[in-house]
Design a protein around this ligand. Structure first.
Ligand SMILES: Nc1ncnc2c1ncn2[C@@H]1O[C@H](COP(=O)(O)OP(=O)(O)OP(=O)(O)O)[C@@H](O)[C@H]1O
Ligand SMILES: [Mg+2]
Length: 1005
């Protein structure tokens, strides 16, 4: 990673107003008028504005707009919020709002270009920056004055000129389609958010950008795949020109749009669901890159991801994928994180570092603390026009080391306890500085504690519940915790937002039961942490439980949508039963986003939660359900060979047997059968396959029958029992109904309909029906395409590649191999991709490009083994051995065949066994010695025997061709004719295939 360490802070641009290193940014606060002493006063009772002696009547709409701006003084108020305030529930254009703003500016004698009261925030809304008093309301003159003293600290930015400049440079790069990922790092309170917000606000002012912000959340965010990304895009889509983004997502990234259901009508959502069946992690990652490519053709995207130390795994995956995306993209990602939170080596951010380190798109921008000069600049900016006591900046700097959050808290503390007084012209130190200094807490945490001590008991109670709800919360949740009225809580939150600067407004939240309430965010996560730490354990648990129950009731049947959050509340609220239930739902949600890592994590936690429940059948049923899903997700995350995959299934089997639950036991055993099959442990797979069939027959369940015939057909085929394999596969195919037996959309499991057709095809070829086999395999591919299920399609296409190879059709094999590789790369099926590579390597070698083909096959084989899979190894080794033999590498060919024969012996995989013997004969024969001829003959005979035993006429034909050729060379024409003619004449189809053509021409000689 390119570590950018800003040079020892270059002198910042001095600001003329305070003559210090305050960073002068066009949109960063400091525009409060200090000259105007006769503050305008808002008179709600008479809906007018009093400007000195002048009373200006306002139209009701205009008054409502001003009231709304005053309620959020100092903060951006979006057009939507203003429109809702003045025209509640009515769809109106911006025009009416602009008329109101113009009217207000006239009344206030304000200038849009040099605003003293109402500032336009380009394309977004407006902000009240001047000092207006609300008569008779809670914001009386002194409150307004206090609010001014507490000028929102986030709007002040000092000492970050170099960092801002760096971000501007990165944005310039992004605009030139040189993508940038910048990580702003620093400890809690170092000013990461403040810097990024200031930069984003400045950039917004320039226009022509998409700027989306998403927040990672400590409590439950880790379990919500793509949480900050979905938040950022969800918000962008709701912006005035967000429709364009929705259209791009619909076109390029349906798997993402489907995760933001609020943006679509019901019908649109249903169509979208159809389009995303069987989506995979890779597809989601690719689609987002495509969408960003499309949406940034003419407009740069700035994506701010806050607090990545609490990020889910999938968001980090997306960053890697965006860094790798081969096309130029106008994208700037700014991620913030605290290094102290990622100190454990297993934190996923380390992996991200590793991956991004090799790419030149990424930089780290570490934030140090503020210098003494910057502290002085802060004081000058916060108390404009006042004389600042000498030594005050130094004292604060010494106390706080220049940690900005600590600095702000120390100033607030002194102001609050009267040690520092803000008068018209100067900041007055009440006691001497050294006296003032005593009693200031040593650490930031203690300081925050003091700050909280000064709050009123109602405020403390409100914040206490809020901290239990999370760093971000809805006023309705807090109201539930306090059993109070939502509107009262909202007013309390607004007060804490305006006066104490402990919270900030964060839009609003609507619940399915109709509850609508403001959403708030702790100004700083440390506040939430500090308050939470002060709540006694018993009360915490009580509150968590109450919040969970209220939210659960409000969301009703849609409660699973907020499962990750509910599971945390129920867990901390001491209700493991419901916590486990919601973990299960959260896992299903994660699987819907193809996020297996998060799913595994939820399921493991759910299993731990179950341990707290009383033993009994209910608990066992829950455990079984969790383990069945865990098995599929674990295979995707860990590979088939992982011990945990098997031990999970073994335990599940034990539980299912205890319960005597046929259907669940079937699911578990079938999963376990698949594990053994893929590992090449065929006798274990066979036993399990038979048990599955017995269970399905007892239950007389068509679903289970289709699956068990499929499972058994596959295993028997690998074992070389082609007759029984064909019977099972064909029975399964006949029972299959594509409308009823949909593929398992949540996981990487094959569709049994596709499996039955594919293995019926392979068995048919061995049994001597090459044309029927071809028809079947094409039907399997067709069915998988119809299902739009990529995992099954990859399975069908690999089978088609094998079949074409059996038929010695080089071009067709190659085409299917390329197709499966492309599909697998797209969706992330490493096993299938490796299989495709082996087959493509074979085609390359068969075309005469021998060494390249061999190299490719070896690479494919290594990738295949790396997945933990071993099934079909004998076949792949044989293909490689044959290619080596053709390239004159006879010894290597023989060595590979030995390996394959040993593998066949240990695994029980016998479907290519006849060929292994025959090929060994062919390679040995090249030695040309008398002894070699005898050995070769013995091998051909062995191959012939095996094929006959298996009734594998296609392999019998090959062995007969090899043996007949040898006999012919040795003058045994009659014997040769008798052997080969018998086998050849038993074929009724496929006469044009190379094997049969070769036999025919040999018979003619
Ligand atoms: N450069 C700055 N100039 C003035 N005030 C600042 C500056 N940086 C931070 N602050 C003040 O410090 C407070 C804490 O900063 P901020 O929230 O940005 O920290 P952070 O690094 O994002 O912390 P966390 O890791 O907890 O998210 C801000 O609310 C603001 O009041
Ligand atoms: Mg922050």
């Amino acid at each position: 990673m390119t570590i950018h360490r800003p040079p020892t802070a270059p002198p910042a641009q001095p600001c003329r107003q305070c003559n210090d290193d305050l960073v002068a940014s066009p949109s960063i606060g400091l525009k409060f008028s200090t000259a105007d002493r006769s503050r305008p006063c808002l008179d709600p009772r008479n809906e007018r504005l009093l400007c000195g002696a002048r009373a200006v009547p306002l139209r009701p709409k205009t008054f409502a707009v001003l009231r709304c701006l005053a309620d959020h003084a100092g903060s951006l108020v979006t057009k939507e919020v203003l429109l809702e305030a003045a025209w509640p529930g009515t769809a109106v254009s911006d025009g009416g709002l602009m008329v109101c703003i113009r009217e207000l500016r006239r009344a206030l004698n304000d200038d849009a270009r040099k605003p003293r009261y109402i500032e336009t925030v380009h394309r977004r809304g407006y902000r009240l920056i001047g000092d207006i008093v609300v008569a008779g309301g809670p914001d009386d003159a002194s409150a307004a004055h206090r609010a001014k003293r507490h000028t929102p600290a986030a709007s002040l930015l000092v000492g970050r000129a170099a960092e801002l400049e760096y971000l501007r440079g990165s944005l310039d790069d992004a605009r030139r389609a040189v993508r940038r990922i910048v990580f702003v790092t620093g400890e809690a309170g170092a000013g990461k958010t403040t810097l990024v917000e200031a930069f984003a606000e400045e950039a917004r002012g320039q226009g022509g950008l998409w700027i989306g912000t998403g927040q990672c959340i400590a409590q439950y965010g880790v379990g919500e795949p793509y949480l900050p990304v979905l938040e950022a895009f969800g918000r962008l889509c709701r912006e005035p020109d967000g429709r364009r983004l929705v259209d791009v997502l619909a076109r390029e990234a349906p798997t993402w749009l489907v995760q933001m259901p609020g943006l679509l009508e019901r019908a649109g959502l249903q169509t979208l669901h159809q389009r995303v069946i069987g989506s995979t992690r890779e597809r989601m990652l690719r689609e987002m890159s495509q969408a960003i490519s499309a949406v940034t053709v003419d407009r740069t995207l700035v994506l701010v991801l806050e607090d990545l130390h609490w990020s889910d795994h999938s968001t980090l995956d997306l960053l890697v994928s965006l860094a790798r995306w081969p096309e130029p993209v106008r994208l700037l990602v700014i991620g913030t994180w605290r290094p102290a939170e990622v100190s454990q080596p297993e934190h996923s951010l380390h992996a991200l570092h590793g991956e991004l380190a090799i790419r030149d798109v990424c930089a780290e921008l570490p934030l140090g603390f503020l210098t003494e000069t910057s502290v002085a600049a802060y004081l000058a900016a916060r108390f404009p026009g006042r004389r600042i006591p000498s030594g005050l900046a130094r004292s604060i700097h010494t106390r706080t080391d220049g940690n900005p959050l600590f600095m702000v808290n120390v100033v607030d503390y002194w102001l609050g306890q009267g040690g520092l007084e803000d008068s018209a012209e100067r900041l007055v130190l009440k006691p001497r500085l050294d006296e003032l200094e005593t009693g200031v807490p040593e650490s930031l945490r203690q300081m925050i504690g003091k700050h909280l001590d000064r709050l009123g008991s109602d405020e403390q109670r409100l914040l206490e519940v809020a901290s239990v709800a999370g760093v971000e919360f809805s006023a309705a949740t807090v109201a539930a915790g306090l059993e109070d009225d939502v509107v009262r809580i909202e007013s309390g939150c607004e007060r804490l937002t305006r006066r104490r600067h402990l919270l900030r407004a964060h839009g609003e939240e609507a619940w399915p039961d109709g509850t609508v309430a403001g959403r708030y965010h702790f100004m700083h996560a440390l506040y939430a942490e500090a308050i939470y730490a002060r709540v006694t354990p018993g009360r915490r648990a009580h509150l968590h439980r109450r919040l969970a129950e209220r939210q659960e009731a409000a969301w009703g049947s849609r409660a699973p949508e907020i499962a990750a959050e509910l599971s945390v509340h129920f867990e901390r609220g001491g209700n493991p039963r419901r916590a486990a239930l919601y973990r299960r739902h959260a896992a299903a949600n994660a699987l819907r986003r193809s996020a297996n890592v998060e799913a595994v994590d939820h399921l493991r936690k759910a299993l731990i939660l179950l341990e707290a429940l009383p033993q009994g059948r209910g608990r066992l049923r829950r455990e079984l359900d969790l383990r069945a899903t865990l098995g599929i997700a674990l295979m995707a995350v860990k590979g088939y060979g992982a011990i945990e995959v098997e031990s999970n299934y073994r335990r599940a089997q034990e539980v299912a047997e205890q319960l005597g639950d046929t259907t669940r036991l079937f699911r578990v055993l079938n999963g376990l059968r698949r594990v053994h099959l893929l590992r090449g442990e065929l006798s274990a797979a066979h036993v399990l396959g038979q048990r599955c069939l017995a269970l399905a027959e007892t239950a007389a369940a068509p679903d289970l029958l289709v699956q068990s015939h499929c499972g058994l057909g596959v295993v028997l085929c690998f074992m070389g029992d082609f007759v029984r394999a064909r019977t099972h596969s064909e029975l399964g195919a006949a029972l299959y109904d594509s409308r009823r037996h949909r593929p398992h959309v949540l996981g990487a499991a094959d569709d049994p309909g596709v499996g039955n057709l594919a293995y019926a095809a392979l068995a048919l070829w061995y049994l001597g029906y090459p044309d029927q086999a071809l028809q079947r395999v094409l039907a399997a591919v067709h069915l998988a395409r119809e299902q739009a299920h990529p995992f099954s399609l990859a399975y069908a296409v690999v089978s088609a590649a094998w079949l074409h190879q059996y038929r010695r059709e080089i071009e067709a094999t190659d085409a299917q191999a390329e197709a499966v590789m492309a599909l697998s790369r797209e969706h992330g099926f490493p096993l299938r991709e490796a299989q495709g590579a082996i087959m493509a390597g074979w085609a390359l070698a068969a075309r005469g490009n021998r060494q390249d083909g061999i190299d490719q096959m070896r690479r494919g084989l290594a990738a295949f083994q790396a997945t933990g899979a071993a099934a079909n190894q004998t076949y792949y080794l044989a293909l490689l051995a044959e290619a080596c033999g053709d390239a004159g590498q006879t010894d290597e060919g023989l060595r590979l065949l030995e390996m394959a024969l040993r593998a066949a012996e240990s695994s029980g995989e016998r479907w290519w066994e006849a060929e292994l013997h025959r090929l060994r004969g062919e390679l040995v024969l090249r030695e040309g010695t008398r002894q070699a001829v005898q050995t070769a003959e013995a091998n051909f005979r062995r191959g012939l025997d095996v094929a006959r035993r298996q009734q594998a006429r296609s392999l019998e034909l090959r062995a007969a061709v090899s043996l007949s050729r040898l006999w012919q060379r040795r003058g045994k024409h009659q014997q040769a004719e008798h052997l080969l003619g018998g086998v050849y004449r038993s074929f009724t189809e496929g006469l044009h295939t190379p094997d049969l053509r070769e036999a025919r021409s040999l018979l003619k000689t």
